[in-house]
Design a protein around this ligand. Structure first.
Ligand SMILES: Cc1ncc(COP(=O)(O)O)c(C=O)c1O
Length: 429
């Protein structure tokens, strides 16, 4: 289904693919940024900030209206009362990450949640204190694990093991990942990987890594900043210990949108697990009795600290409705086809000018998500300036990496074709 042939290297073939796309009508539910001339930009930055669902404006406005009309009583009397508002997102989130209701919660920002999870799941001892991460992890993740190691009195240079591709290679080999886990197993306290990796788009095998980690008595957690709303996930069944994610990328909840956290049921209610706590984590029945001792909620909600930002929850609730209409399985099917079309067009039209970092599509395995990262063999500066002139929005990382994510909910095959045409014109000029 994802194999294309030379007869599809033209705009009418791209239009035909769009006409046959079961998700084609979802694009109309999003605001697409416009060029100076008023046409749609070619937006390939869903891996950075997803586009705005049109209905989100009304959903947020409804909460402003409730605030205006009800003041503090909105906590109880708003159409979607603010007190339990985060609960309205729980079921949608279980479908996004493959979890049970008591295992997921929307709260805080991503790095905050990562720290909260590390407080509980990174419990180093003299002999078992190492954390395995990727060498090209997103800087905030590295800062978080480094600072946690220091907080516990360890030198990050000793405590943090960075998984890296072999010299001259762009991706981590799975056998090298397994070898690192085996090599450091005795001292390994935690495996914490970004999945997919933010830079290369490489997706690691959640189930296998979790099993391997557990076989060495290490905890296993994932940062799903690039996975939530992009990958097909079964965190509960895979026995992942914890996960965190943001919602402003593929989940389209808006800039700085509220993040999420998953804690496996195996760890819920464990009195031996330390946790940083706040009043939103205490028993809801007695919360307003203002007791001085916490009575933790027996679910992941025990990790909540503060009463949550309702406008952000509203934006995510709006977006999750669209995911429920579209269904993750259909999003994933289109993701595979759309990213494969991008890969096919790049190799047909500009193969000699680009090197694709992201793993190739493999039927039946999740080796990547929507994003393709591409190294430009020519100086990319001209390309970047043409992108700016022609309304192409994607992401450039020094020195030569373009990251482009066709997002299945709003990108079309024609978008992909037009993007590659621009790269071709500039590359061949
Ligand atoms: C993999 C990864 N980790 C962490 C972050 C930081 O997220 P936040 O600023 O929401 O804490 C990002 C943001 O893009 C990211 O992609």
């Amino acid at each position: 289904m994802t194999v294309f042939n030379s007869s599809q290297n033209n705009s009418s073939a791209a239009d035909d693919l769009d006409a046959a796309d079961p998700l084609k009508d979802f694009r109309a539910q999003f605001e697409i940024p416009k060029t100076k001339e008023g046409s749609d930009c070619l937006y390939f930055c869903g891996h950075s900030l997803g586009l705005m669902p049109k209905q989100t404006r009304q959903v947020i406005a409804a909460e402003c209206d409730a605030w205006g009309a009800l003041g503090v009583e909105g906590h109880f009397d708003a159409k979607h009362p603010w007190l339990p508002y985060h609960e309205f997102l729980t079921e949608g989130l279980t479908r996004i990450v493959g979890a049970q209701s008591e295992e997921v919660v929307a709260m805080n920002g991503l790095t905050t949640n990562l720290h909260l999870m590390l407080v509980s799941f990174y419990r180093p001892t003299k002999n078992k204190f190492k954390i395995l991460i990727e060498n090209n992890t997103f800087p905030s993740d590295k800062y978080a694990v480094d600072s946690q190691a220091r907080f516990h009195g360890y030198d990050p240079n000793e405590a943090i093991i960075e998984l890296r591709p072999r010299d001259g290679e762009l991706r981590v080999r799975e056998e090298d990942l397994e070898e690192q886990i085996a090599k450091h197993g005795d001292q390994l306290a935690l495996i914490m990987l970004g999945n997919c990796n933010y830079l290369s788009g490489q997706c690691f095998d959640f189930k296998k890594i979790t099993e391997l980690g557990h076989s060495h008595d290490a905890m296993v957690g994932f940062n799903l900043a690039h996975g939530a709303g992009n990958l097909e996930l079964s965190l509960h069944d895979w026995n992942v210990d914890f996960a965190v994610w943001c919602s402003y990328k593929y989940l389209n909840s808006g800039p700085g949108g509220i993040a999420g956290a998953f804690v496996h049921k195996n760890h819920l209610g464990r009195a031996d697990l330390p946790r940083f706590e706040g009043w939103w984590g205490t028993n809801k029945e007695t919360r307003f009795k203002m007791q001085s001792q916490i009575d933790p909620i027996p679910t992941v909600e025990a990790w909540q600290l503060s009463n949550p930002p309702i406008f952000q929850l509203a934006a995510l609730r709006s977006s999750l409705e669209i995911f429920d209409q579209a269904k993750m399985s259909r999003i994933v099917a289109k993701r595979n086809k759309l990213s494969s079309y991008l890969e096919f067009l790049l190799s047909e039209n500009v193969g000699q000018f680009v090197e694709i970092m992201t793993p190739a599509f493999v039927e039946g395995a999740q080796k990547r998500g929507a994003m393709l990262s591409v190294r430009m063999k020519q100086d990319p500066k001209k390309l970047i300036s043409v992108f700016a002139e022609r309304g192409v929005i994607l992401d450039f990382r020094e020195p030569d990496i373009l990251r482009m994510a066709p997002a299945p909910l709003y990108n079309s095959y024609r978008d992909v074709f037009d993007l590659v045409q621009i790269i071709k014109e500039v590359s061949h000029a």
